[in-house]
Design a protein around this ligand. Structure first.
Ligand SMILES: Cc1cc2nc3c(=O)[nH]c(=O)nc-3n(C[C@H](O)[C@H](O)[C@H](O)COP(=O)(O)OP(=O)(O)OC[C@H]3O[C@@H](n4cnc5c(N)ncnc54)[C@H](O)[C@@H]3O)c2cc1C
Ligand code: FES
Length: 262
């Protein structure tokens, strides 16, 4: 897939919570094709401590408005600087990077999209693209508290939404893997979020023989397979261990390929 380096214009900055911002970016030209699961490497200008680009998932692509949406959790200097962007500013982006979640082959597939924390960002675009193809997903979204659960109105547009919070302030109390929806049967699970959560989801999927893809959020620098800072040990087709760059071969992996101790 061809990659682009674009100076996108900030059209809207929305504070979703005290820690999260939604950036709506646009361009004078139609935005290039982008698929669910892919990400963008953004250049953070104006932060003296942020030299490398930061990877951010594609949260949504609004083709009618020619907008790319990025949901940013402001956790360090780079992401806090992104949160300071103003309407009209420019954000230099390399996109689209990485592989994609597998789209279900038929509308009969029962698909569960599991997002934890800011890992819920790519699930919105996956759900929207599924609905566009006539497939209705179930979202299972988890946060520490209700304030971590973002864009719920939009998730509700694209599928059934199930929610957990650790403090019980919204939905069922506990982790996503405690939610009662897991008593239903699914054919496919896609997940993104903190590694312990994805490992628990993978354990559940493997125990039920459900196809499961996880989007890894390893530290990244170049985003192009050159610096090797994002390597993950996976299995080859012959079940031999090998190192791959998550930015290039991932970020989405069938959990059966991962050498996680689950
Ligand atoms: C493929 C991919 C998609 C991502 N999508 C999103 C997204 O949609 N929205 C979003 O807010 N964030 C996303 N992230 C995480 C985001 O890239 C990091 O939070 C960001 O790089 C931190 O930069 P910083 O300068 O703010 O923090 P730094 O000052 O670099 O680090 C602050 C703290 O965050 C930790 N940290 C840094 N990078 C990561 C990481 N990749 N994962 C977990 N902890 C990290 C550091 O160890 C440190 O403790 C994604 C990461 C990857 C690899
Ligand atoms: S980030 Fe440089 S190789 Fe993956």
């Amino acid at each position: 897939m061809k990659k682009y380096v674009l100076d996108l214009t900030v059209r809207q900055v929305e504070l979703l919570s005290p820690k999260h911002v939604l950036l709506r970016l646009t361009d004078s030209q139609p935005l290039p094709p982008m698929q669910p699961g892919q990400f963008v490497e953004v250049r953070v200008d104006g932060s003296p401590t942020t030299f490398l680009r930061r990877p951010i998932s594609i949260n949504y692509v609004d083709r009618e408005q020619n907008e790319l949406w990025l949901m940013v959790a402001m956790i360090g200097d780079g992401t806090r600087q992104l949160g300071r962007l103003q309407v009209g500013d420019t954000l230099n982006c390399v996109l689209p990077l990485g592989n994609t979640f597998t789209m279900p082959a038929s509308a009969d597939e029962r698909v569960l999209l599991v997002g934890g924390g800011v890992g819920m960002a790519p699930m919105l675009y996956m759900g929207a693209e599924m609905q566009r193809r006539g497939i209705q997903p179930t979202f299972l979204l988890g946060g520490r508290t209700a304030a971590d659960l973002l864009e719920l109105d939009l998730f509700n547009k694209y599928g059934r939404v199930c929610v957990t919070t650790e403090d019980g302030s919204m939905g069922e109390q506990g982790f996503v893997t405690n939610h009662s929806v897991l008593q239903e049967s699914f054919d496919r699970i896609c997940t993104c979020g903190p590694k312990p959560m994805m490992m628990a989801v993978a354990r559940y999927a493997l125990s039920k023989d459900i196809t499961c893809e996880a989007s890894l959020e390893n530290m990244m620098a170049c985003g192009l397979g050159a610096c090797l800072c994002c390597v993950e040990k996976v299995k080859t087709e012959d079940a031999l261990p090998t190192n791959v760059c998550v930015c290039k071969e991932g970020p989405v992996f069938n959990v059966k390929r991962l050498l996680w101790q689950i």
